[in-house]
Design a binder for this molecule. Structure first.
Ligand code: FAD
Length: 350
């Protein structure tokens, strides 16, 4: 049975807000249409009661914190100019993987970024995981990599604190089956001895991530009502240090057995072929998804992943699961095909 039956995926490529080239004669009409649309969006935003984040219009957020991890990676906290009423972490839980789009107003393009339920504690200068029911007025924290030739991430990196950026969303990037009236998983994962109880048996998944693709796993693991099964998480990077404080959080999740972590650092193993060989050896074959069956008590020690999610740069996705033919998934090839994974149980996120 395909777990992805309920999957809805809305993002693909980051798309321009306006066409790059316009026919000369139509410029005036395009200008008027754009102006009218912008006024419409603005009025809609003004009228919307709580000015909540929406996919329909852009909402202003202030850069409330920014910190470099290294030359390429940084953390950025955005605070809505008008406090948000909706708690997106409670609303989405672990059943929806989501992102928002940030607008670059000069070149009029948007890029997707995956928020994390963390906020910077000013006093201790450390990241705090939001508690259940807490949404910090809608604050969102992002882990971003800037590329030398990249447009938007480099621009974001240059912006000073208190600068206003515009966001729309949330966009659902992947949706898991809804487990009606299921009990919440405790978010305080540091308490390892606490016995867990659910109504339905949780299922495990495998996630293959490279670089900032790791945020997809972190969102599922840290959100309110976090992922109930165990994630067999593969993370490829140059160095684990590029995660900065997120690395400490990920290790704590590993100690609490919420995640089985396989880290591939290219600084230690520069051969791509050798890295892929190590990954391949650790990949488990797919287990069947049995649907919603009653909770059978504490899980066995072996992992039984029913779904593989793949997220990273094009070349990485291609090596793990075959190339993605945007917006289509493309056939499952690469390492996953060799371990009997198919299009029924693999999803390429990017
Ligand atoms: C749903 C979704 C969620 C995302 N979440 C995040 C997130 O949380 N954090 C984050 O940092 N990014 C995230 N991204 C990627 C992000 O949207 C941008 O694509 C990224 O920031 C690059 O945009 P840019 O404008 O800076 O670079 P662009 O101008 O788009 O790219 C210019 C050049 O940079 C290089 N480049 C761009 N992207 C990559 C890449 N992924 N790997 C290797 N080289 C690349 C390429 O050489 C490219 O030609 C997400 C993407 C999607 C679709």
């Amino acid at each position: 049975m395909i777990l992805g039956n309920v999957v809805r995926r809305t993002f693909g490529i980051s798309r321009p807000l306006t066409p790059g080239k316009s026919v000369k004669g139509a410029r005036w009409a395009v200008g008027v249409t754009t102006a009218v649309t912008s006024v419409g969006i603005y009025l809609k935003w003004r009228q919307s009661e709580a000015r909540e984040l929406s996919t329909e219009y852009f909402t202003p957020y202030r850069i409330s914190f920014k910190q470099d991890i290294d030359r390429s990676h940084f953390l950025m906290e955005l605070t809505p100019v008008i406090e948000q009423e909706q708690n997106l972490w409670a609303k989405m839980g672990c059943e929806k993987l989501w992102s928002v789009q940030i607008k670059q107003p000069d070149v009029m393009v948007v890029r997707n970024y995956t928020p994390l339920p963390l906020q910077m504690d000013r006093e201790s200068q450390s990241l705090k995981i939001l508690q259940d029911g807490e949404h910090a007025g809608g604050k969102l924290l992002f882990y971003i990599k800037q590329y030398e030739q990249g447009e938007v991430a480099r621009w974001l990196h240059r912006l000073p604190e208190n600068h206003i950026v515009e966001l729309r969303g949330p966009f659902i990037d992947y949706e898991f089956p809804h487990y009606e009236s299921e009990m919440k998983r405790d978010r305080s994962f540091t308490n390892r001895d606490k016995e867990e109880k659910f109504i339905f048996q949780p299922f495990d998944i495998a996630m293959f991530t490279a670089g900032t693709g790791i945020v997809t796993a972190l969102q599922l693991l840290l959100t309110e009502n976090p992922f109930r099964g165990t994630i067999d998480l593969f993370y490829s990077c140059h160095s684990y240090d590029e995660l900065g404080p997120l690395g400490t959080i990920l290790r704590a999740l590993e100690r609490s057995n919420r995640v089985r972590l396989h880290v591939m650092e290219s600084q230690n193993q520069p051969s791509r072929a050798e890295n892929l060989k190590i990954i391949s050896k650790a990949i488990l074959p797919p287990s069947p998804y049995s649907g919603q069956i009653p909770y059978q008590g504490k899980k066995r020690s072996t992992l039984e992943p029913v779904l593989s999610l793949v997220c990273g740069p094009e070349g990485y996705v291609a090596a793990i699961a075959g190339p993605k033919h945007e917006p289509a998934q493309g056939p499952v090839l690469g390492l996953l095909e060799k371990k009997q994974w198919t299009n029924d149980n693999v999803y390429k996120l990017s």
